[in-house]
Design a protein. Structure first.
Length: 364
């Protein structure tokens, strides 16, 4: 067997169980093409009911692994089958059962639905295996802007928090309605300079309060966080870290083994400091004394992704502290002085209209 790499050496924690050698794998990026092909496989979810209620892949069939032995007659003998679970271990064992029953073309989705969400479709909600946590995290990528918003929900209380919502709020409203969630709070990690926020319309629709940094200059009604403050979301405490640098009012949010870093830390880079209230010296302090003190396996969820923001290809929607510590160009600068030079030289022109966007986001 190929040994698994430690989580800190990968862009995300390596939870995958190594399947038996007889079971083939389908890489997450291959699956859409297979399902759209001339002879698509049957996609079979073998997770328990409570996990399927959180998320599942479109067009699949569901038979929990514990029922599979009694329901083999429901599955075709002459059609390829791709099984998936959360991370791959349960699907691997189920695939062995199907192969023993005479079905030859059986494979598993490599890394399960969790890795599919990381690499292919970040709108598929992420969760931890029970009973380790109640938090469900869903990303909302904006293809036009390269921005990421987040819906955090508690799987038992059905309460939710939205972080960094964009101006077009229909995806969030639809998710809240479909999942029958009550929005408890709208959180902005900072005053955005590249897109207009949707917090005002969301507040008007849901009456959820808007939470900002205590350093924010916002002129609309809001509540404020300071360093170390927390927002309770059902069984999960969302802990606030003040991380100024990209802007003076920047916050990061720790939640159940993850951290939402806004623009302070991005995959392969960090947020520029030449827009508005940015300060490279403060960014250095935020990175070295706050974010880089977190455990290597802490998952990083940024506010941006993709080439629109000069970030690495292929697109990465999440990372880990350990991976960024070892590979991020900004973090590999050999000294504070080198970092300050890196942050003040060679950046592309400032985005057009950023002053107007900042003023709008502060006023409404």
């Amino acid at each position: 067997m190929t040994p698994e790499l430690p989580p800190s050496s990968l862009p995300h924690p390596a939870f995958r169980s190594e399947p038996a050698l007889a079971v083939g794998r389908v890489a997450p990026g291959e699956l859409p093409g297979l399902l759209d092909g001339a002879s698509p496989p049957l996609l079979l979810d073998v997770r328990p009911r409570d996990q399927r209620a959180i998320a599942h892949l479109t067009g699949d069939r569901w038979i929990p692994s514990e029922e599979l032995g009694d329901r083999l007659t429901e599955l075709p003998l002459d059609r390829p089958i791709v099984l998936y679970c959360h991370h791959g271990g349960t699907a691997s064992r189920a695939a062995e059962l199907l192969r023993a029953s005479g079905r030859g073309d059986v494979r598993i989705l490599d890394g399960g639905i969790d890795e599919y969400s990381r690499l292919v479709d970040p709108t598929v909600p992420r969760y931890r295996d029970p009973p380790s946590g109640r938090l469900v995290l869903q990303q909302f990528p904006n293809l036009a802007t390269g921005c990421l918003a987040y819906l955090l929900r508690d799987r038992e209380s059905d309460e939710a928090v939205l972080v960094d919502p964009g101006r077009e709020i229909s995806p969030y409203v639809r998710a809240l309605s479909d999942q029958q969630l009550r929005l408890r709070a709208i959180v902005e990690t900072h005053t955005h300079a590249d897109h207009l926020s949707g917090h005002a319309e969301l507040h008007a629709r849901t009456d959820a309060p808007i939470w900002l940094s205590r350093r924010s200059g916002a002129q609309y009604p809001h509540r404020t966080f300071g360093d170390g403050d927390a927002l309770d979301l059902g069984g999960t405490e969302l802990v606030i870290l003040e991380t100024p640098g990209h802007t003076d009012d920047h916050l990061s949010v720790r939640a159940d083994g993850a951290v939402l870093t806004g623009d302070t830390l991005l995959p392969g880079s960090c947020g520029r400091t030449d827009l508005g209230t940015g300060d490279p010296d403060k960014l250095w302090e935020s990175l070295t004394t706050k974010l880089l003190t977190l455990p290597d396996e802490t998952e990083v969820f940024p506010a941006h992704y993709g080439p629109r923001h000069g970030l690495p290809s292929p697109e990465r929607y999440s990372s880990t502290i350990g991976f960024e510590r070892r590979s991020n160009e900004a973090l590999l600068q050999p000294s504070r002085e080198a970092f300050l030079t890196y942050m003040t030289e060679g950046w592309p022109p400032k985005p057009a209209g950023f002053e107007r966007i900042v003023l709008t986001n502060l006023r409404e």
